[in-house]
Design a protein around this ligand. Structure first.
Ligand code: FES
Length: 255
């Protein structure tokens, strides 16, 4: 059972005051304040959003949009080791695919999942701006360069043994299997974003480059859903989608 938010806030008040005083505008303290709470709680729950928003003089929606934008903030409890492997071009050219496959195989989880023992969360992310040392990743936001499948094995063994050099994240609640999802009671008020989207190639749920998402929705919701005002489909497109192979295999077959 973690300390109540009010108790934690009271304990951190001197540090909060110090951070806020560093900036001419209070809103500039938003990122360091979320970091401060996340370091202690292990993620940024709704109480943090509300408190930081009020402290920084922004709306809760603005604070929430910042937290959901950065992969370095967590909106749900996650594993003690957050493994974020770069899947972008330089890393892919230098063997990231083999590295990602090794992580998935050894941990028994997929992109944006947490192991049942709560030790590892795994995510494939975009360019980490360390392309000269590709393939690379971050463990709890600390860089690891020049990855190989063998190095992955060594890292996992060291983490399991409690001997890895990067400190585990705080974990005040058992993490759910899925890293993202409707964890916040008010999540329904927001765009669904990546909620329930299994494919990192289409993490925002928009774009639909190959039309397979449209095909799936069409079969699920019917033609009216796609042909509604503001939607993209015309009769010709709908015919093309219906003629396409079923089941969205293109999207779900990806990484
Ligand atoms: S492509 Fe991986 S760090 Fe840039």
């Amino acid at each position: 059972m973690r300390t109540s938010f009010e108790e934690l806030r009271a304990e951190l008040q001197p540090e909060i005051d110090r951070i806020v005083a560093q900036y001419p505008q209070r809103r500039s303290a938003l990122l360091p304040l979320v970091h401060l709470f996340q370091d202690r709680i292990g993620y940024a729950p709704p109480e943090v959003v509300d408190y930081v928003a009020e402290t920084c003089g922004v709306t809760a929606a603005q604070c929430e949009s910042v937290i959901s934008f950065y992969t370095l903030f967590y909106r749900r409890p996650i594993g003690k080791y957050n493994l974020q492997v770069c899947r972008n071009l330089s890393c892919t050219l230098r063997g990231a695919k083999q590295v990602m496959e090794r992580f998935r195989e050894r941990l028994g989880i997929d992109h944006l999942q947490t192991t049942d023992d709560g030790l590892f969360s795994y995510e494939e992310v975009e360019c980490l701006a360390a392309c000269d040392r590709a393939p690379c990743m971050q463990v709890n936001l600390r860089f690891v360069y020049d990855l190989t499948p063998e190095l992955v094995d060594e890292m996992i063994a060291a983490m399991r043994a409690g001997a890895y050099h990067v400190k585990p994240l705080a974990q005040t609640e058992p993490p759910p299997r899925e890293v993202r999802g409707p964890a916040w009671p008010r999540a329904h008020r927001k765009s669904a974003g990546a909620v329930g989207v299994p494919n990192p190639d289409n993490a925002s749920g928009v774009g639909d480059r190959d039309g397979s998402e449209a095909a799936r929705r069409l079969r699920r919701e019917g033609v009216a859903a796609l042909a509604a005002p503001g939607r993209f489909a015309d009769a010709q497109t709908i015919d093309a989608i219906l003629a396409a192979p079923n089941d969205g295999a293109v999207m779900e077959g990806h990484g």
